[in-house]
Design a protein. Structure first.
Length: 178
């Protein structure tokens, strides 16, 4: 069931992007990303979507209100209608997540968490950001965090990337060789 839901959600997301790609921009995707992050850990919302005692039209009202509170446009209404018609409204959260991921793939965008042992100034960040962007050949969006466990240095983490240059990494490398 989980594999089937994953496959279906990817197909719906791909179809949605094929139809509405020209209407979607990074602002839409960023709003969608915030919504997806909030829904990912909201078990009540997931349970609500699967409750048979609540009509699909009532669920649609709640979902439409939620989408509008995030400033998301009406194109998602059409997706919701199709999901209701095909009795697959429970897939909505997975599909929204896939829309975000597939849009970023098409636009050659990656999200990276940029961890440093201490606060870096703008010039230091820029040198590392330029180096990493050139290395991956994609548009990179960074989220910055301080990580005292690095001891000294930086670590860049993404879905498919991990790059670290720190004293902790050097010490671990020496330890592994011994």
């Amino acid at each position: 069931m989980i594999i089937r839901d994953s496959i279906l959600s990817k197909k719906y997301a791909k179809a949605f992007l094929n139809i509405f790609f020209a209407d979607i921009n990074l602002e839409f995707i960023n709003k969608l990303s915030v919504l997806v992050q909030q829904l990912k850990h909201n078990h009540k919302a997931k349970a609500y979507m699967q409750m048979v005692s609540i009509s699909d039209q009532e669920k649609k009202k709640v979902i439409t209100k939620m989408l509008s509170s995030f400033g998301l446009d009406n194109n998602l209404d059409k997706l919701i209608d199709i999901l209701i018609k095909n009795k697959r409204l429970y897939l909505l959260f997975l599909i929204l997540e896939q829309i975000e991921q597939k849009y970023k793939e098409r636009e050659n965008i990656i999200d990276i968490t940029f961890k440093s042992a201490n606060e870096l100034d703008e010039k230091e960040r820029k040198v590392i950001e330029d180096f990493f962007a050139k290395k991956v050949g994609k548009k990179v969006f960074y989220k910055y965090l301080i990580d005292k466990n690095l001891i000294a240095g930086v670590k860049l983490i993404g879905d498919n990337y991990l790059w670290e240059y720190s004293l902790a990494q050097k010490l671990n490398s020496i330890k592994e060789r011994l």
